[in-house]
Ligand binder design. Structure first.
Ligand SMILES: Nc1ncnc2c1ncn2[C@@H]1O[C@H](COP(=O)(O)OP(=O)(O)OP(=O)(O)O)[C@@H](O)[C@H]1O
Ligand SMILES: O=c1ccn([C@@H]2O[C@H](COP(=O)(O)O)[C@@H](O)[C@H]2O)c(=O)[nH]1
Length: 239
């Protein structure tokens, strides 16, 4: 029987992808939520320990408030709260699939989720619970990509799997440039030097410094997450 390549993964889910088609007016598409939960269950059933960081772009980003002339920091905290809403949604969907979960927040909200205590979160993972990290890093001027790198390093994950709407890292944003070409492998130095914006610089820099690989892949294609975890070539490996 094939064995998984990774023992512990950090799965970064895009908040924006949760809302489905770009023209959709839904904040969270129930079908996408269910599909994501089923994909996670497939790998959790292999015994792989799964930590999740979810974005908030389908609800709010701090920059949107700044663009209206209001305080960026206030907007960033609104964005962090948005990630907790998405975290609650994915938690409910995972529990519907029969998985055990913990939602852990970097901003305290005790009625809803646990505060982030690193050792406790590690213990949840060891016990096979899916740990969802909400509220990003808990600090303004960051994004959930940086939170994903940070939590992956803290949790000693083997890899960051960035599940998004595009199927890898391209020479330019594929949603804007039809001539963009996909990499199958690319170095941290190159993504940073070329300022490829599939993740932010802080996220890349943290992973580079800590020698933690990232795989960018299309989370909307069923089986991708499973195949990746089994060691098959999917998306783009940044190493
Ligand atoms: N060089 C590139 N290669 C691939 N994707 C790129 C590149 N440059 C920009 N992108 C964009 O990055 C996006 C991937 O990030 P994602 O969808 O996770 O956005 P996000 O802002 O992190 O989402 P959220 O904030 O909701 O979590 C793609 O939708 C793609 O359009
Ligand atoms: O550590 C963090 C993480 C997030 N934010 C704010 O939340 C939004 C939503 O996160 P995305 O990664 O863009 O999905 C982000 O734009 C920030 O405004 C934060 O301040 N700190």
């Amino acid at each position: 029987m094939e064995t998984p390549k990774y023992k512990r993964i950090l799965l970064k889910l895009s908040g924006e992808a949760l809302s489905g088609e770009k023209k959709s007016d839904k904040i969270i598409d129930a079908a996408i939520l269910e599909q994501y939960a089923k994909e996670v269950k497939r790998v959790a059933d292999l015994g792989v320990e799964v930590a999740i960081v979810i974005g908030g772009g389908n609800i709010f980003r701090g920059k949107e408030l700044e663009a209206t002339g209001l305080d960026r920091v206030q907007g960033d905290y609104m964005g962090m709260l948005a990630t907790v809403i998405n975290g609650m949604a994915i938690q409910a969907a995972l529990e519907k699939e029969g998985l055990f979960t913990r939602l852990v927040s970097a901003v305290k909200m005790e009625q809803i989720c646990e505060p982030l205590i690193r050792r406790r979160a590690m213990r949840h993972l060891e016990k096979g619970r899916i740990v969802i990290f909400g509220a990003g890093t808990g600090n303004p001027y960051f994004t959930t990509d940086s939170a994903a790198s940070l939590r992956a390093i803290e949790m000693k994950a083997d890899v960051v799997l960035k599940g998004t709407r595009v199927d890898g890292v391209y020479t330019a944003d594929p949603e804007k440039d039809p001539n963009a070409v996909r990499y199958s492998t690319v170095s941290f130095d190159e993504v940073i030097a070329k300022d490829l914006k599939v993740m932010d610089l802080a996220a890349f820099a943290l992973c580079r410094e800590n020698k933690l690989p990232i795989v960018v892949f299309d989370m909307n294609k069923s089986g991708n997450l499973y195949n990746l975890v089994m060691g098959h070539e999917v998306g783009t490996l940044i190493a």
